[in-house]
Ligand binder design. Structure first.
Ligand SMILES: Cc1cc2nc3c(=O)[nH]c(=O)nc-3n(C[C@H](O)[C@H](O)[C@H](O)COP(=O)(O)O)c2cc1C
Ligand SMILES: C=C(O[C@@H]1CC(C(=O)O)=C[C@@H](OP(=O)(O)O)[C@H]1O)C(=O)O
Length: 389
């Protein structure tokens, strides 16, 4: 299974093509729209989110709420486009683009590197595509992947564990299920499970906003009921933990990924990191703890997957940072019209969906999956086989 996205932040739409879905998979447009609405929310988002109300238009590959097995094409409209037609048009430039040319790169964004690399004197030709608007298409892909996972009883959830200086304790997953994490985080404006930390997170976002500054943070994704043995130890690009880390760091502004206790593993002794192996009639092989976040040797262990990602603060700041005009080479202090000042809650929904995509892709690689029925039968057969191993 693979996908491609196309589209600019202020162009007419985002386009997504997914290839390799099983046929006859129950397909819900509503579930994709729900996921897109979740991505738009979250304390700290800017004015653009009041303009957009993301929904997919289905263009191919679906009939009567089921996949046919053909590529699925989806579109998401940019409602803001109507105000950008003269600047974003693909045909003759009526002079607007030159008048509105972007020559002042923002520190921390893709503007300057992209302009140098692609030879653009108008950095709009870079920023339109480097914008995190594209994550709407990736969430739509993840929302389709989630329907593959759901078909096989696999659930994905996410929550925010840090915003700026405010962090929550690491949760013990024995007390939580993906369902309860999803419910509780959904009810929080910052997608945080701890009500005290939630209030403190809201405070630091407000403080940063008053100062014209921005904040980043850390999100955690949990995947439950994952079959043993997705991914592989035999080749670098088949290791599922590595693919998930790539997917996380590919999200705009994400600078790192952790599996399980992640970087903390470097501080601890082996006996405090590795998860002891147990066996019982009821559960078969399982682990006493899940510090390695459901992965050993690039393969899933059958324990819940626990993945974290760190997002840097938003680069576009109301408080100006120094930069240099590419025409005059003069220094200037950038000022802006609008931006998010913290998008960590929204980004946790993106993280959840890119992880869902990678897990669903690995599932379809492991099990026969031309038809949705084959996939489910194979996954159930495998689960029984693992119990008897
Ligand atoms: C959901 C989300 C919303 C974002 N909103 C903004 C924004 O409003 N302004 C901004 O400058 N960057 C925003 N970013 C981050 C930039 O897109 C990102 O920093 C930029 O593409 C450069 O890539 P890099 O930070 O990965 O190097 C957002 C990121 C995400 C995930
Ligand atoms: C549009 C989205 O996020 C955008 C991501 C973004 C950036 O620079 O990454 C900049 C802002 O866009 P604008 O410049 O139009 O205000 C955000 O709103 C979205 O998440 O749907």
């Amino acid at each position: 299974m693979r996908y491609l996205t196309a589209g600019e932040s202020h162009g007419p739409q985002l386009t997504l093509i997914i290839e390799g879905l099983p046929s006859r998979l129950p397909f819900s447009k509503e579930k994709i729209d729900t996921e897109l609405a979740r991505r738009q929310k979250g304390y700290g988002r800017g004015r653009r989110m009041q303009i957009e109300s993301d929904q997919v238009q289905i263009l191919s590959g679906i009939r009567f709420e089921k996949t046919t097995g053909a590529p699925v094409a989806l579109a998401i409209e940019n409602k803001d486009w109507v105000k950008w037609v003269e600047i974003m048009r693909p045909d003759t430039d009526p002079g607007q683009a030159e008048k509105r040319r972007v020559a002042r790169p923002r520190p921390g964004h893709a503007d300057l590197n992209g302009a140098i690399k692609y030879g653009h004197r108008d950095m709009r030709d870079v920023l339109e595509r480097s914008s995190a608007r594209e994550t709407a298409a990736r969430v739509a892909a993840g929302a389709v992947a989630k329907q593959v996972l759901e078909h096989c009883g696999i659930r994905v959830a996410s929550h925010v564990v840090r915003i700026g200086s405010v962090a929550t304790e690491r949760i013990d997953l024995n007390g939580w299920t993906a369902e309860t994490i999803a419910e509780k985080s959904e009810a929080s404006p910052v997608r945080c499970l701890d009500p005290e930390a939630e209030q403190a997170m809201i405070r630091v976002i407000d403080e940063a906003k008053e100062e014209g500054d921005s904040l980043g943070g850390v999100v955690e994704v949990v995947v439950e009921n994952v079959p043993v043995g997705l991914g592989s130890h035999v080749h670098y690009d088949r290791k599922l933990d590595a693919r998930i880390a790539q997917a996380i760091v590919s999200i705009n502004a994400f600078k790192g990924a952790e599996i399980g206790i992640g970087f903390e593993a470097g501080e601890r002794k082996g006996s405090q990191v590795h998860d002891e192996i147990l066996w019982s009639e009821e559960r078969g092989f399982h682990r006493a703890t899940n510090r390695l976040g459901g992965f050993e040797g690039g393969m899933t262990t059958g324990e819940p997957l626990v993945v974290r990602g760190v997002m840097k603060p938003i680069p576009t700041l109301y408080k100006p940072l120094q930069s240099v005009d590419i025409d005059t080479k003069e220094p200037f202090a950038a000022s802006i019209e609008r931006s998010d000042n913290c998008a960590v809650p929204a980004a946790s929904v993106v993280a959840e969906n890119v992880v869902a995509w990678e897990v669903a892709k690995a599932l379809l690689e492991t099990f026969s999956s031309d038809k949705a029925e084959d996939l489910l039968r194979e996954v159930e057969r495998h689960r029984n086989e693992v119990k008897g191993f």
